[in-house]
Ligand binder design. Structure first.
Ligand code: SF4
Length: 458
């Protein structure tokens, strides 16, 4: 029977752990539900990259769900370009790839936005005539459809006549957020961020534009009370939305429905799978074989046996991390490490495992995509991407990356790759077979650093 991979595509961030963190949370839950053979995430700013993630799955049917609140530049330009998608269905390299609508377009989001408003009205005993709602979207001047989903939510609240005034405003488009203080006049303003995660937009940028301190509810701005609600994507039920979008592609019969998940039913915490199951599998067999042939393997700062995985410098009395969620939180969040391969992996942890398969899943949690490239290199099927290929593919800020001065490129390699456990094989092309832990394509941290260095020399 055909195998199915489910990939969640998000934005990611270099400064906020939650932007990708919320997406990884969905991945953990969906893996535990056992809804597909392989489940993973990919990002613009973090690892795995959009352009690389398809290499990591072996399934011949792939469903990509964009974890964005609206159609826009990322879903209509960046993701299709980076992943080589033709549209809703792509046939490529022996795979059939389905690209679903965004989770923000699903009707369930209406319920969540409505709940944010009614919960605030009830909690603070607000009255219809002196209450306004502002639904706040990201928006972008680069894509005319980026306001559609936010405007739709505002229209629904308006139709329901829950409050006297409703506006939609945008972080990166007009009407901007401060304009809500002119376009509405009610004493109380319920501000609903139509964002998925408590990332930097929700905790820093939007509060700043509103003139409030994040966490103060209500806040007073020029004599008006602002009630800033949580974003819409933190609900557990978002995993059900993802599953519904995946099912709408028609591959649902191939998706294991082990929990009988019903949208809008009470969220269940039922765990059906081993939490280390349903990881992407490209390279897994090579890893398992290598582990059978050796007592222990080392990948970067991680030591692996088939009973335990740990930091090479860990002391003998570390406590075990019992799940991907706990392990990822420990090595990624405090302090936030946007590049998982940076050589500052926290030391005091270990994971007890019962098989080589689990050991593989632990390494994939710490170093996403690493084993795929390592195994491809071992099997003589590793291919790099040149800077020219990347620059030619890019439509946005990195489209000139391949014409950067050689000195700038080398400086960026020294400053970013110099602190990484991988080697930038993309720079040396077919010399990659000498690289111990090869790197197929420049990560977003390298691209951003090189771009900034290039801009500074102009
Ligand atoms: S581009 Fe450099 S820093 Fe980024 S993952 Fe590759 S080797 Fe590491």
């Amino acid at each position: 029977m055909s195998k199915v991979a489910l990939i969640l595509a998000g934005h990611g961030s270099h400064i906020s752990t939650n932007t990708a963190g919320v997406v990884w949370g969905y991945v953990d839950r969906l893996r535990a539900w056992g809804v597909a053979d392989e489940i993973t995430a990919c990002f613009w700013k973090e690892v795995p990259a959009f352009s690389h993630v398809l290499d990591t799955v072996v399934a011949d049917t792939v469903v990509i769900v964009p974890v964005f609140t609206a159609q826009g530049y990322f879903t209509q330009t960046v993701i299709p370009t980076e992943m080589g998608l033709d549209g809703a269905v792509t046939h490529k390299n022996g795979k059939t790839i389905y690209f679903t609508p965004t989770i923000g377009e699903h009707p369930y989001l209406e319920t969540i936005v409505q709940e944010r408003v009614t919960d605030t009205v009830t909690t603070y005993d607000l009255h219809h005539d002196d209450t306004a709602v502002a639904v706040i979207g990201h928006g972008t001047r680069r894509n005319s459809r980026s306001q559609d989903a936010t405007r739709h939510q505002a229209n629904l609240i308006r139709e329901q006549q829950l409050v006297s005034e409703v506006v939609d405003v945008y972080l990166d488009d007009d009407p901007d957020i401060p304009s809500l203080y002119q376009s509405t006049h009610a004493k109380h303003v319920i501000a609903v961020p139509f964002f998925l995660a408590e990332g930097s937009h929700v905790t820093i940028d939007v509060p700043e534009a509103l003139g409030i301190s994040y966490g103060d509810v209500p806040s007073e701005v020029n004599g008006r009370n602002v009630y800033y609600t949580p974003p819409v994507g933190t609900d557990d039920a978002m995993c059900r939305v993802i599953l519904e979008l995946a099912r709408d592609t028609g591959v649902f019969p191939n998706i294991k429905n082990t929990v009988g998940v019903e949208l809008r039913s009470t969220p269940t915490n039922t765990i059906q799978n081993n939490v280390w199951d349903a990881f992407p599998k490209a390279g897994r067999d090579t890893f398992i074989q290598a582990l059978q042939n050796k007592e222990a393997l080392t990948f970067g700062q991680v030591m692996v046996t088939d009973t335990k995985v740990w930091h090479t410098n860990a002391s003998s009395d570390t406590t075990t991390q019992p799940s991907p969620e706990a392990l990822r939180g420990f090595v990624r969040e405090n302090p936030f490490r946007p590049l998982p391969f940076s050589d500052d992996l926290p030391e005091e942890w270990h994971v007890d495992v019962v098989s080589a398969e689990e050991a593989y899943a632990v390494v994939e949690t710490i170093y996403p995509t690493l084993i795929t490239d390592w195994a491809n290199q071992k099997n003589n099927s590793f291919m790099t991407e040149s800077l020219e290929e990347i620059g030619t593919r890019q439509t946005g800020m990195f489209e000139d990356i391949h014409v950067l001065d050689e000195v700038v490129i080398q400086s960026a390699v020294e400053s970013v790759c110099g602190r990484c456990i991988r080697q930038p094989s993309w720079l040396t092309g077919h010399d990659s077979d000498i690289a111990k832990l090869p790197c197929k394509t420049p990560c977003n941290v390298w691209l951003s650093t090189a771009k900034k260095m290039g801009d500074n020399t102009k």
